[in-house]
Design a protein around this ligand. Structure first.
Ligand SMILES: NC(=O)c1ccc[n+]([C@@H]2O[C@H](COP(=O)([O-])OP(=O)(O)OC[C@H]3O[C@@H](n4cnc5c(N)ncnc54)[C@H](OP(=O)(O)O)[C@@H]3O)[C@@H](O)[C@H]2O)c1
Length: 324
């Protein structure tokens, strides 16, 4: 199915021109992607910033080839072209994950990468969800299978993945401990954290006691130190590129370790949407940046000082002004 409105031949996109810091990002015009079979062409209204994109920007994902590359993994937008008989049709509001290319006015995405957008939130909030909420869901439900009464320690609890994982853990009836600076403690308590721990003032191991699960969204030295607060048989979930610990090391200490890789949950974005629309999961967007300010959005993300999520908005092209 195709919309009747003509589509532009050239579109605006956020592009990595060479690998490096946020300054290598440019908003440029590129040819509009052509919809592939089995794909849906989406007019993107918003996309969020994830660490995966900053890694691509730095050249840490060499399999993608050399720049220029259009960045962006999350999207929320409107379908403009789809396969006849497919799951979606023109006009549907969708959100989803496409590894690369969503910082653009249009993107061609496999149908399976999309879900119907949550009805109760706008495109900005919907775009903030996919990668972070899918990761949080996988960690808390699929990997940890967290149960009522269990204790979980979430590192970087105020960040994109953490603030969603905290809410999911509470819904499962767990006791939640979260690391974050004191400036975030009121936020963490509102999310449902029972015990916020200011890691700049105390060693989290002295406060957390024995927990059943640690979700480590910081990595490095946190991995090994987190083993110290797990009960025997407890599970450490590492999600960062440098988890700082191995499965063998955890085994030797009678604990379990898993790196958060493949997600097997069926249609996780449908699950996330239903939780959001039921009012059981709320995404916090700290700030939006227009596509033209993509470098500033990435610089903010690189600072490590994000509360919830950052979202890149992609407004429709301005009509030509005839008067004044
Ligand atoms: N494996 C996967 O599938 C997957 C998917 C998504 C993300 N990830 C990874 O998960 C990690 C977190 O991603 P994210 O998007 O949630 O990050 P984020 O939003 O950038 O995290 C920002 C938060 O980190 C907190 N923080 C910074 N240093 C900290 C420390 N030493 N201890 C405790 N908290 C600290 C900050 O809180 P304060 O200001 O309070 O310190 C801030 O709120 C990244 O490494 C990312 O690559 C993995």
């Amino acid at each position: 199915m195709t919309t009747s409105a003509p589509l532009p031949d050239l579109i605006r996109a956020g592009v990595v021109e060479r690998f490096g810091g946020p300054e290598v990002l440019r908003t440029v015009r590129i040819p509009r992607p052509v919809r592939a079979a089995g794909h849906v062409l989406v007019r993107v209204h918003a996309a969020s910033v994830n660490h995966g994109e900053t890694k691509i920007r730095r050249g840490l994902v060499p399999e993608l080839g050399p720049p220029p590359l259009v960045l962006g993994s999350d999207l929320s937008g409107t379908v403009v072209q789809a396969d006849p008989g497919g799951r979606f049709r023109a006009g549907d509001e969708v959100y989803g994950i496409h590894f690369i290319g969503t910082y653009a006015e249009y993107v061609s995405v496999p149908e399976a990468a999309l879900a119907t957008k949550p009805r109760s939130v706008d495109h900005v909030a919907a775009a903030a969800l996919p990668v972070a909420a899918r990761t949080a869901l996988a960690a808390v439900v699929e990997y940890a299978d967290l149960r009522a009464g269990q204790r979980i320690l979430v590192h970087a609890a105020a960040g994109g993945v953490g603030h969603l994982a905290v809410q999911l853990a509470r819904h499962r009836g767990a006791y939640v401990i979260g690391t974050g600076r004191a400036v975030h403690h009121a936020f963490l308590r509102r999310l449902g954290v029972h015990e916020p721990v200011d890691y700049t003032r105390v060693d989290f191991r002295t406060v957390a006691g024995e927990v059943d699960v640690v979700l480590d969204l910081v990595g490095g030295g946190y991995g090994r130190r987190s083993l110290d607060c797990l009960r025997p048989g407890g599970l450490l979930i590492g999600a960062t590129l440098d988890p700082g610990v191995t499965g063998e090391e955890a085994d030797l200490r009678g604990r379990r370790y898993r790196w958060l890789g493949e997600v097997r949950t069926v249609r996780p974005l449908d699950v996330v949407r239903d939780l959001v629309d039921a009012g059981r999961l709320t995404v916090h967007v700290q700030r939006t940046y227009p596509l033209s300010d993509l470098a500033a959005a990435h610089a903010h993300s690189d600072s490590g000082r994000v509360t919830g999520k950052l979202v890149v908005t992609i407004p429709p092209p301005q009509p030509a002004r005839i008067f004044g």
